[in-house]
Design a protein around this ligand. Sequence first.
Ligand code: NAP
Length: 348
Amino acid sequence: MKKIEVGVLGATGMVGQSFVKFLEGHPWFELTFVGASSRSAGKKYADATSWRLDGSMPERVAGLTVSDCVPSSAAPKLVFSAMDADVATEIERAFAEAGHFVVSNSKNHRMESDVPLLVPEINPDHLKLLAVQKARGWKGAIATNPNCSTVALTMGLAPLIPFGIETIVATTMQAISGAGYPGVPSMDIMANVIPFIGGEEAKMEIETQKILGMLAGDHIEPLPARMSAHCNRVPVVDGHTITVSVGLREKVTREQVLYAFENFTAIPQQRNLPSAPKKPVLYLHEDNRPQPRRDAGRENGMCVTVGRLRTCPVLDFKFVCLGHNTVRGAAGAAVLNAELMYSEGLLD
Ligand code: NAP
């Protein structure tokens, strides 16, 4: 198959580098365009970028010249966005207006009524909102992936959707890599817990309700579940851990919930999308798992691990879930979204 050319806007930043790494060797997509600010434009990618990921910068990408983030015939039709949130709104819109498909990791457009906030295992039908965006006069469209902690939570909740999710209480222990580079000062985070991440709790609550919500024509009806998020930064490098208590409409046993976790599968697995984990939700039976250092990298960082399922004396059940924040919570999530769009024939 001839590969589809793709670009990354904000390719020099932390998330941009994750895209560059994740796309290397991709069977469908080939990275041919790297965009960043005017500070970087015109330089070789290797000269414009302080590479901060494990392993070396892919050689082929190192030699690409960084472009300004302006729509042009030089930019491929499919672009991933990892730009600074301060500039992403206008630039992503300009690309969509000019006919590009923007698959964005930034928060800017996530909650707009005609923009899908996708988790391909949960709400692939929300892609129908792309057609609604035509009313804006755009030739292209914008699709988004959720905040890094929300991906892990919603994937952990996905197997329970058929039981009717009514109440969610989620407490996060979030890795420092989620704050980008240089992130949280070492003097603040070493041997410490910071019980505040600006804007994160509200984001988790409304994004979860949209992701688990129902497509209703030209918008999403949010899941009418009551939800409370507590977000904490902890001295972990990669992997957001979340303890969850959930109230369900149906009266089900622990065995039924465990069966649902262990047998969960969805469209990305059925279509064998290249970045889809074989088991999107991997239940670990050990009493002391999942743990970020040991489990965040499973299935190339694309699955969510779950464990410690037990009955909850306040709500119905409680469990722990864990997701890799810069892979499943960022670049990997966006690439899987684009694979879903391709498999739906939307990128033709
Ligand atoms: P970052 O390291 O600061 O990178 C920002 C990128 O945006 C750089 O490539 C930068 O290019 C580019 N940029 C800045 N101003 C620009 C402009 N005027 N025009 C075009 N490009 C411009 O940030 P990050 O941590 O990678 O985060 C990127 C986005 O992903 C943010 O929206 C963030 O909220 C979101 N996000 C981050 C994480 C995470 O784990 N860090 C997780 C989920 C989502 P230069 O190098 O030329 O300045």
